[in-house]
Design a protein around this ligand. Structure first.
Ligand SMILES: [Fe+2]
Ligand SMILES: [Fe+2]
Length: 163
């Protein structure tokens, strides 16, 4: 496996695990804020991010590379309103999209076709991730801070049981 791509993928494992950590922190925030539906949505999101990390973990091994785990940064403990939190989710996903595109660019440059095929799934997944955050954000913008409407959205998000 090309060394530059291997390094980028090892870093991506860390970024995906940080995503999981960030979303778990957001889930904890919503639990404390008595919004169990939002907490549920973030918890499922966190679990998905762990799966993303494992996809890179497996791909590296499948290609005969060596996984080197890096330190994961501490996520914030304090978050704002539901709108502010979902804004941060969208912003974070946009950053991850840029990281995926960067690795894809490396795979193209190095003629690593297997990695391009592998990364195709992530390119599509990031479209989905940004869309999901945008949809929730649009709903919050529509309903505003009215507690009754937030309560109803919380109920809806509580029904998420998979991606
Ligand atoms: Fe991810
Ligand atoms: Fe994500």
């Amino acid at each position: 496996m090309n060394k530059t791509i291997l390094t980028a993928m090892n870093e991506q494992i860390m970024h995906e695990l940080y995503s999981a950590y960030l979303y778990l922190a957001m889930s904890a925030h919503f639990e404390s804020a008595s919004l169990p539906g939002f907490a549920n949505w973030m918890r499922i999101q966190a679990a998905e991010e762990q799966e993303h990390a494992m996809k890179f973990f497996d791909h590296i091994h499948d290609r005969g590379g060596k996984v080197t785990l890096m330190a994961i940064a501490q996520p914030p403990a304090e978050f704002g309103t539901p709108k502010e939190v979902i804004e941060q989710v969208l912003e974070h996903e946009q950053k991850v999209t840029a990281l995926i595109h960067h690795i894809y660019g490396l795979a193209v440059k190095e003629g690593d076709y297997a990695s391009q095929v592998f990364l195709n799934w992530f390119v599509s997944e990031q479209v989905e991730e940004e869309k999901n955050a945008t949809t929730i954000l649009d709903t919050i913008k529509l309903i505003g801070d009215k507690s009754n409407a937030i309560f109803q959205l919380d109920h809806k998000l509580g029904k998420r049981d998979e991606d």
